[in-house]
Structure formats: C-alpha cells, structure tokens
Design a protein around this ligand. Structure first.
Ligand SMILES: NC(=O)c1ccc[n+]([C@@H]2O[C@H](COP(=O)([O-])OP(=O)(O)OC[C@H]3O[C@@H](n4cnc5c(N)ncnc54)[C@H](O)[C@@H]3O)[C@@H](O)[C@H]2O)c1
Length: 252
C-alpha cells in the first residue's frame, strides 16, 4: 500500500469527478492536499467532503490565467511548507465538428488542457529541485493517442500533454523530477454525463472497450496514487493508459 505520509499533493480540477476521486485516494495514503479549481464554494465543499481527518486546503485559481497558475505552487508552499506532487487534472473538452469549432474555443482548450500543465510544471519544478525530488502526474486521455471525431482541440491538447510529459522527464529526470501521464478511457464524471444518457453511446463504449465497460473515477485515481509514491520510482516519462484496453487495438 502506497504511503505518502505528510507529503503535499496539489490536485487541479479537484472538484471534478476524477479530481475528487484522486483527492480521496491521496488522502487515504496520508498525503496533505491542496485542492485547486475555479470555484471557491465548490472547493470548500469538496474539502469538507474529505472528512475531518484530512489535512486539506482550497485554492481557487483560473488555470487559463498564466499569472494565477504561476503563483499557485508558492501559495501551496506558503500554506503547507512544501510541495511534493502535482497532479495536472483540470480539463475541458468541447465537442464540435472542426468547421464549428471557433479559434477562441480551440485556444481556450489548449490553454487549460496543455498550457496550464506546462505553466504549473514550470512554476513547481524549481522548488522540487531544491527539495531534491518531486512528482508530476498529467491527466491526459486516450484521445491523446487515438483521434476522436468532433474533438480536434481536445485530441491535439492531450497529444501535446503526452509529449510535454516526456520532455520534462528528459530535461529533469536526472535531477529528481518524475513526470508521468495517466490516459483514461471513458470515465463516468460530469464531463461525460451526456454520454450516459444515450443508449447508443453506452453501446458504443461497450463495443469499443475490450473490457466492455467504462470506468469509475476511483479506477483512475489508484494509478495516480501509484505514480505519486515511491513504488513507481523507476517509472518516468511514460503514459499509463487506463482505458480498459480501448487503445490496445480493434476487434472484429
Ligand atoms: N471523464 C472522462 O471520460 C475522461 C477521459 C479521459 C480524460 N479525462 C481527463 O480527466 C480530467 C478530469 O476530467 P473529469 O472527467 O473529472 O471532468 P470534470 O468536468 O468533472 O472536471 C474537470 C474540472 O476541471 C476544472 N477546470 C476547468 N477549467 C478550469 C480552469 N480554467 N481553472 C481551474 N479549473 C478548471 C473544472 O472546474 C472541473 O472541476 C480532465 O483533464 C479530462 O480531460 C476525462
């Protein structure tokens, strides 16, 4: 069982479906938690939901704003006295055919899904280097490897995030920085709520995932815990596909 006793983990998108599950799983390892998201009220509720035993604090931030994102690691360090793990989990995913996707929507998606993880890593790494070690986990998507129609900006951003993960490892892996990605398949969260209202979509997910089902957020959170702790100390620059086998190939 992974233990992160006393380590400080910052999770973005912490009030979302996967974010909440990651926070709960990290709490169970003894980590101290910095929850970051857009909305202070929702953050406070999520912190409360972690229970009285959790050492957790809320940090409201708009990750589309470079200045706010850059300032976030220092805010966390001021509160907790350190920062050991960063989970870049916040994300948005517009669905629109290419000709209906505006340049503004494209840029906003890249800002939140790709640029914010870069800006946050850039702000967090110097302190991690001083500490001698630090782990960054980027929540990518199987859509970063496998193209999906009507999701041009999202697929491009997540593919970029997988590459950013590798470049961080190349540049800082020898100096105590781990950067890995988790690439989920379809997970039942607010982001995908609409999918589950359509029987056609449910059938399509079953047909495409060799395991014939979608995931629950906890099934994404456990691999994140693995990549946050010392059990994964020889894992660096990789992307762990947590997709029920979806990207393994195509059957008949
Ligand atoms: N749900 C899935 O099927 C699935 C599949 C693959 C990858 N993912 C990825 O997992 C991550 C979490 O997704 P989820 O399903 O939990 O989605 P979600 O919509 O439940 O949560 C996303 C969170 O990100 C936050 N966020 C969005 N923009 C922000 C900003 N500008 N600043 C700060 N916070 C912001 C939202 O407020 C929200 O709490 C995302 O990166 C998503 O792309 C999800």
């Amino acid at each position: 069982m992974t233990t992160l006793n006393g380590k400080v983990a910052l999770v973005t998108g912490a009030v979302g479906g996967i974010g909440q599950a990651i926070c709960a799983a990290l709490r169970d390892t003894g980590a101290r938690l910095a929850l970051a998201d857009l909305d202070k009220t929702a953050l406070d509720e999520t912190v409360d939901g972690l229970g009285p035993g959790a050492d957790a604090a809320a940090f409201d931030v708009d990750l589309a704003d470079d200045e706010q994102t850059t300032a976030l690691p220092d805010r966390v360090r001021r509160h907790f006295g350190g920062l050991d793990v960063v989970v870049n989990n916040a994300g948005v995913r517009p669905i629109a055919p290419l000709l209906e996707l505006s340049p503004a929507e494209w840029r906003k998606t890249l800002d939140i899904d790709l640029t914010a993880p870069f800006v946050l890593a850039r702000a967090a790494i110097p302190g991690m280097l001083e500490q001698g070690r630090g782990k960054i986990i980027n929540i990518a998507s199987m859509a970063g490897q496998l193209a999906f129609q009507d999701r041009a900006a999202y697929c491009a951003a997540k593919a970029g995030l997988i590459m950013l993960t590798k470049t961080i490892t190349l540049e800082y892996g020898a100096r105590g920085i781990w950067c890995n990605a988790v690439a989920p398949g379809v997970v039942e969260t607010p982001m995908t709520r609409a999918y589950f209202r359509s029987e056609q979509m449910r059938a399509s997910i079953r047909a495409n995932a060799p395991m014939e089902r979608w995931a629950q957020p906890e099934e994404i959170a456990r691999p994140v815990v693995f990549l946050s702790g010392t059990d994964s100390d020889y894992v660096n620059g990789t992307t762990l596909f947590v997709d029920g086998g979806w990207t393994a190939g195509k059957g008949y």
